[in-house]
Design a protein around this ligand. Structure first.
Ligand code: T46
Length: 138
């Protein structure tokens, strides 16, 4: 699998948001509102807050994570070993994740997470072994 030399660091992005208080809101994810062509979406729910998900990186897959309901604490380890933590709790805000970060997610009770991804699901794109992550991206 080929990998580019550089990827952008993780960052927060704002989705266009329509509506008003008292009426409710529509946040729109479409071509141009995320920094890659969207090829897959999945959502997670009923994750106990005692569970840490993730603990992996990717070779190619880019993603945007959204806390549609609730709160997600996302910790990323960058290729240069820096650690960043993001709190997602606004349904109109997403977190862009490049493939080359080791990510761990913790979910508040009743959180609904929506993820859009740049690739179809393929287990071969996952780096689930930390030592391998350091070898590939370190
Ligand atoms: C990521 C974070 C943010 C599938 O069969 N198809 C899919 O599209 C997905 C996402 C998962 N699966 C299978 C693979 C595993 O057997 O579902 C099982 C659980 O997946 P995983 O342990 O990778 O779940 P998370 O929540 O740790 O990670 C997911 C994404 O897989 C991952 O790319 O970055 O959300």
């Amino acid at each position: 699998m080929t990998t580019p030399v550089t990827w952008p660091a993780p960052y927060l992005l704002k989705f266009p948001k329509l509506g008003e208080p008292g009426e409710g809101w529509i946040a729109v994810g479409e071509e141009g509102t995320v920094p890659f062509p969207m090829r897959r979406s999945f959502w997670t729910y009923d994750t106990p807050d005692s569970i840490l998900r993730g603990r992996h990186a990717h070779y190619q897959t880019q993603q945007v994570l959204v806390a549609a309901v609730g709160r997600i604490i996302v910790t990323v380890e960058h290729a240069d070993r820096r650690i960043s933590t993001f709190w997602l709790e606004d349904p109109a805000v997403g977190l862009y994740l490049p493939p080359n970060v080791w990510r761990t997610m913790q979910y508040a009770p009743l959180t609904l997470q929506i993820v859009v991804a740049s690739t179809l699901y393929e287990e071969a794109d996952y780096i689930r072994d930390y030592k391998q992550f350091r070898q590939v991206w370190g």
